[in-house]
Design a protein around this ligand. Sequence first.
Ligand SMILES: [Zn+2]
Length: 204
Amino acid sequence: MELVPTQNDVVALLRRTGGLRAGHFEYAGGQHITEYLQVALTMRDYAAAKVLSVGLSRKVRAHTEIRAMIPELSVVAPATGGLPVAYGVCEALHARQVYWAERENCDEPLHFRQYLQIDPGEKVLLVDDILRTGSKLSEVKKLVEERGGEVVGLAVVVYQPNPNMVDFSPLPMFYLAQIDGQHFPNAAACDLCKRGVPFDKVRL
Ligand SMILES: [Zn+2]
């Protein structure tokens, strides 16, 4: 495999490690899908995690302006799910530090750990495993900016285009693979349901 894995390499690796599953699934919001992505399952496999985070770091490093910031760069994940990628990218880049946001309950805003300080003008690369709507990334971006930091780009393993995605332009966005999958807004509109195919309920 090349240092930057191709789209096909990434899809094959996700399938082999159980991170990408073909079938019939229902999200908690009622949407039905034919491909379920759970990058955390892939990140259990240390060698696979290394391939993905090193590949992603190389895409980031190819950006001239960000490359110049690497010694000062903070790698920030919007939730603990992004941590394996964030640490892998930080290690491969030799960036300055990693930290992450979290929340106690789903109805509470994201926050950083107590005593975490962001330096004025601190350069921040936001990193996560998947970009779908971008709502969490957008929330953590706001949190960084409110504390005086500057978000300089976003890097995710998989980009799953979504009509409700937050517009992050003009920030550069880096990803290793784009996975579309088939989406149905609900069971009534789902082709698989019409054929009587049973589905799994998935949490995320
Ligand atoms: Zn269905």
